[in-house]
Design a protein around this ligand. Structure first.
Ligand SMILES: C[S@@+](CC[C@H](N)C(=O)[O-])C[C@H]1O[C@@H](n2cnc3c(N)ncnc32)[C@H](O)[C@@H]1O
Length: 212
């Protein structure tokens, strides 16, 4: 039986207030509310900002960010799956582990010019913990490398985390790159999920500083 036809799944979806609100607002995904909630509290996406959204499909986060940045901002939404680009944005279909990713992004944004890099990327879970953890760590590392290259000095990095054995070392890598790092669990993130988000601000050794 597929996940979407199990009675447990249907029961959870029927009771979930964020699924109801998503349907009322025709938001592209339930994840939309996670970004709205995080940004309401942290105010890191603002009018006119340049944003990179990694793992953007079906586009809930991009949709939420696009409302805030308005027509003077721009959002580049990246995913390996097909999805429709949002207003004030461009979409890029590529596997983020593809070595051509940086070059493709450079076609849209100059390195060191972006205000926000965010990643809600999650690997397809195999159920084999070590493999799932390794796949997720690759996604964190690639999003951190995009943040390192494209964020402006005071830019913000938001990335999805899971509780795994080596989660602390991934968190430390982010602390080594940014001045302020915090852990967030929005109410719209399911309590039973080990998912949480890490928000980091202010690059420690930005390329711009090294070059100057
Ligand atoms: C939780 S969903 C993102 C939901 C999205 N933030 C929203 O609001 O609609 C995770 C996404 O990560 C993408 N993803 C996972 N691994 C990826 C990779 N290596 N390259 C690009 N996208 C990837 C998946 O295709 C999926 O669309």
């Amino acid at each position: 039986m597929s996940k979407k036809t199990s009675s447990k799944w249907i029961n959870r979806q029927t009771k979930d207030p964020f699924v109801k609100r998503r349907n009322q607002l025709s938001a592209r995904s339930r994840a939309f509310f996670k970004l709205v909630e995080i940004n309401d509290k942290q105010r890191f996406i603002k009018k006119g900002y340049k944003v990179i959204d990694m793992g953007a499909a079906p586009g809930g986060w991009s949709e939420a960010a696009s409302e805030v940045i308005g027509s003077h901002g721009h959002i580049l939404s990246v995913d390996s799956s097909d999805f429709k680009s949002v207003r004030n944005g461009t979409s890029l279909k590529i596997n983020c582990l593809d070595p051509r990713l940086k070059g493709k992004i450079t076609g849209v944004f100059v390195p060191g010019s972006v205000d926000v890099v965010m990643s809600d990327m999650a690997p397809n879970l195999s159920g084999i913990k070590a493999r799932d953890e390794a796949n997720w760590l690759d996604l964190v590392d690639v999003s951190l490398s995009i943040a390192d290259l494209f964020l402006q000095k005071n830019g913000t990095f938001l990335v999805k985390f899971f509780q795994f054995r080596d989660t602390a070392s991934a968190y430390n890598r982010i602390q080594n790159s940014f001045r302020m790092v915090k852990r967030l669990k929005p109410q719209s993130s399911r309590a039973e999920s080990s998912e949480f988000y890490v928000l980091a601000k202010g690059k420690k050794n930005s390329d711009q500083e090294v070059l100057n």
